[in-house]
Design a protein around this ligand. Structure first.
Ligand code: NAD
Length: 499
């Protein structure tokens, strides 16, 4: 293991962690705790409180007070708010090693990915939205209401911060996905209560320390730790929450959507995916495409919402491309995340490993051909799995219709573009897709007809703060990141002045 930073050593020495409310770590009102496990070693690294209703009430109260009274966050000039967010992004970069090490310890992912995607991604997102504080605009509108007595009118819209935001995030990119929500919400002038995943709560608590150092006023960002059923449910049902922003499974998203409607709370849902990669005969470079498809599914152990987990390969090149992807998979070095030569780390938890193995077993039972991988753990300790590839003839199997969220790829051959579109769009999900061809007309036809919120041509999908992300169909409601990302946290007021 690389040397743990002094900052992280001090943070981890605490063992019994606390919520972060109103600018300070605070004990829970309850007694219950959840153990946080290092998935590479299976060793407990600390405990977090299982937040109950009183904890959630305290966090929402702090956020509401900070929004309305205590801090000048929403009234602060956009420039001053932007300066604090920019400072936060700089401090995340300064402490990226501690943050990345924390993510690797609690999530298992490779340290280079934790540095680039998690710490690096969070810093980039705060930097991006720091610049947006000064660019939130309404419009002037020429409306057609007649005015009596020679009067005139002036109509315009203005955007206002929506209020207290509940942000609920998954474990696969613990701090970068949290940043996708916190940064635009704070930039808009909102205050936030974050509930990180119970699998990976510690990096968020460490991020809170850094937020305070950046000068974020108390109550502007609060963190309540706990599970979904108790803590998450209390938070989403809270009457003082004005916006819920959720990233996680479609199953949980549906529960949260119903709760939101009971209180008529605004809601954005970033949900699951089963994203297709489509490789045509005329892909510019078939090796490049095969490596791109492998990277698109095996990065982060396949625990990526936009992972290309089904690959459709045109018949003429099916055997070659599938063989190349399989070779790329077989060559991957499987080891713990601090091993700098590792290419695949452990899955996040024992339960998740079991879920992925169950899918592999059902793929075998349903008659898909196992090309490489399987359920055997390649190491003695930790929740590891070999990259696994199936070949199938159609979409009629659970491994190709359901989200597995692990290093499992299913390949299916196709005849022509219509066939590829039929197979790719035949899914309850619609998050992302990749297309591999050098024919620009074909690429554009696919772009236009694929039912997916994000389409990449000749590259695996990557996120960027400037590029909106979100899904068609059961992959979600709304978009985050980019310009639309900030409007998630504003509400529109229409004004007409007669003079
Ligand atoms: P999950 O739905 O089990 O949990 C996500 C979060 O919701 C966790 O913090 C959990 O504690 C909380 N939660 C669970 N039940 C809840 C409830 N009833 N009320 C309130 N909160 C509740 O998902 P996961 O296993 O943590 O993450 C994996 C899923 O996330 C995958 O489906 C993946 O596709 C999805 N995901 C989507 C995106 C995207 O941008 N669309 C990005 C990353 C992950």
């Amino acid at each position: 293991m690389s040397n743990i930073t002094a900052r992280l050593t001090r943070f981890l020495a605490k063992r019994n962690h606390q919520h972060f409310i109103n600018g300070a770590y605070q004990d829970s009102y309850g007694e219950k705790q959840i153990a946080v496990i290092n998935p590479a070693t299976e060793v407990e690294i600390g405990k977090i409180p299982l937040g109950n209703k009183e904890d959630v009430d305290a966090a929402v109260r702090a956020a509401k007070l900070a929004f309305h009274h205590n801090s000048d966050w929403r009234k602060m000039s956009p420039d001053d708010r932007g300066k604090i967010l920019y400072r936060f992004s700089e401090l995340i970069s300064d402490h990226s090693e501690s943050l990345a090490q924390m993510v690797t310890i609690e999530n298992g992912k490779l340290i280079k990915d934790a540095l680039s995607s998690d710490a690096g991604g969070a810093a980039k997102t705060f930097r991006y939205y720091a610049g947006w504080t000064t660019k939130i605009e309404g419009e002037t509108l020429d409306i057609s209401q007649p005015q009596k007595g020679g009067r005139q009118n002036f109509a315009f819209t203005k955007r206002e911060p929506i209020g207290v935001v509940a942000a609920i995030v998954p474990w696969n990119f613990p701090i970068s996905i949290a940043a996708w929500k916190i940064a635009p919400a704070l930039a808009a002038g909102c205050t936030v209560v974050l509930k990180p995943s119970e699998e990976t709560p510690l990096s968020a608590l460490l991020l809170a320390e850094i937020a305070m150092e950046a000068g974020l006023p108390p109550g502007v960002l609060n963190i309540v730790t706990g599970d979904g059923r108790t803590t998450g449910a209390c938070l989403t049902a809270h009457k003082d929450v004005k916006k819920i922003t959720f990233t996680g499974s479609t199953y949980t998203g549906k529960i949260i959507g119903k709760t939101a409607m009971e209180n008529v709370t605004g809601v954005s849902l970033e949900l699951g995916g089963k994203s297709p990669a489509i490789v045509f005969n005329d892909a510019h470079d078939l090796d490049f495409a095969a490596n791109g498809v492998a990277a698109g599914i095996f990065r982060n152990q396949g625990q990526v919402c936009v992972a290309g987990s089904r690959v459709y390969i045109q018949k003429k090149v099916y055997d070659k491309v599938l063989t190349d992807i399989s070779h790329a998979a077989q060559k991957m070095k499987i080891s713990h995340g601090f091993d700098e030569s590792a290419q695949l780390g452990p899955l996040v938890s024992k339960g998740h490993l079991q879920k992925v193995c169950n899918y592999i077993n059902s793929g075998i039972e349903e008659g898909a051909e196992l090309i490489t991988g399987g359920t055997e753990n390649p190491l003695d300790k930790g929740y590891f799995l070999k990259p696994t590839i199936f070949s199938a003839l159609d979409n009629e199997k659970s491994i190709i219709s359901e989200e597995i969220f692990g290093p499992v790829l299913v390949a299916v051959p196709f005849d022509d573009m219509e066939d590829a579109l039929r197979l790719a769009n035949d899914s309850q999900f619609g998050l992302a897709a990749t297309v591999w061809t050098k024919d620009i007309s074909k690429a554009m036809t696919m772009v236009n007809r694929l039912e997916a919120g994000v389409v990449y041509v000749n590259s695996p999908v990557r996120s960027d703060p400037g590029l909106p992300l979100g899904g068609y169909k059961q992959s979600g409601i709304g978009r985050e990141l980019g310009k639309v990302g900030i409007y998630n946290y504003t509400t529109l007021k229409s004004v007409n002045i007669v003079y």
